[in-house]
Design a protein around this ligand. Structure first.
Ligand SMILES: *[C@@H]1O[C@H](CO)[C@@H](O)[C@H](O)[C@H]1NC(C)=O
Length: 250
């Protein structure tokens, strides 16, 4: 038999070897398991998510990306009356320091979670780009953006289901809805009007004293950006483990 033929057979056998079974992947310590039949399932899942915090803070190589910072590519900050300010390369810190409560979980044939989050203190660092008019003065430019947000809460609805992958059931989250409420906030846009301090301060204090109004316009874009970022992280947390591993029957 020609050696090249043998090589082909060997290669074919090698390629046909089943991939390492999903079940071989060991559940890491940072995932606290809940039995499907647990009569206190909501409490168990709440504890389990609390238990994830250190992993979410620092990230776990190859499984969970760090939540610190939470990154968003682009968030509109203001978009009205001919003035447009967008934040780019937005990094928000403090998201892993949450408290979770009011959990309602359905982990039967569906994978639906609904809960509230409290985020005591967040801060954001970004680059803003501004164009339009401020105080009737045409303006176009960019600079550093800083924001502090306190007493934020979020109502989170995460809907998923079970998908079949190579004969095993896996959890997949399909949609995430976040209703975000910000308590207090203060922002600072540096280097407005090429660093003119008087104009810059005037604009910053105008934004901050109308914060509730500014926030109303910001709410949906922020929610959308959070939804996209967090849905991906939620799927990263469960992607590698089977449903039976994550929610054992017994
Ligand atoms: C955010 O809070 C920090 C710490 O209290 C403070 O130094 C900073 O100036 C604040 N930034 C804004 C934009 O208010």
């Amino acid at each position: 038999m020609a050696p090249s033929y043998l090589l082909l057979v060997a290669l074919a056998v090698f390629l046909k070897a089943p991939p390492a079974s999903a079940q071989d992947k060991k559940i890491p310590d940072f995932i606290k398991l809940c039995k499907r039949s647990d009569p206190q399932l909501n409490e168990c899942i709440t504890d389990s998510v609390e238990h994830l915090k250190p992993a979410l803070e620092k990230g776990v190589e190859g499984i969970v990306p760090s939540l610190e910072p939470l990154r968003m590519n682009e968030v509109p900050i203001i978009d009205n009356n001919g003035l447009r300010i967008v934040g780019k390369d937005v990094k928000t810190y403090g998201c892993s320091d949450f408290r979770i409560f009011n959990m309602k979980a359905d982990v039967g044939s569906k994978m639906d979670l609904e809960f509230d989050l409290e985020l005591p203190m967040l801060y954001t660092v970004a680059q803003y780009e501004v164009s339009g008019r401020i105080l009737l003065i045409p303006i176009k430019g960019n600079g550093p953006f800083y924001g502090n947000w306190s007493e934020c809460t979020a109502h989170v609805t995460l809907d998923g289901d079970l998908e079949d992958r190579s004969g095993f059931k896996f959890v997949r989250f399909n949609t995430l809805r976040i209703v975000f409420t910000m308590g207090k906030g203060r922002v600072e846009l540096r280097n407005l009007f090429n660093g003119d301090k008087v104009l810059g301060d005037a604009v910053n204090s105008a934004i901050n004293s109308n914060f509730k109004q500014v926030l109303k316009e910001l709410q949906h874009p922020i929610e959308k950006a959070l939804e996209d970022a967090i849905l991906e992280i939620a799927n990263d947390c469960v992607r590698d483990f089977t449903y039976d591993q994550l929610f054992p029957l017994e």
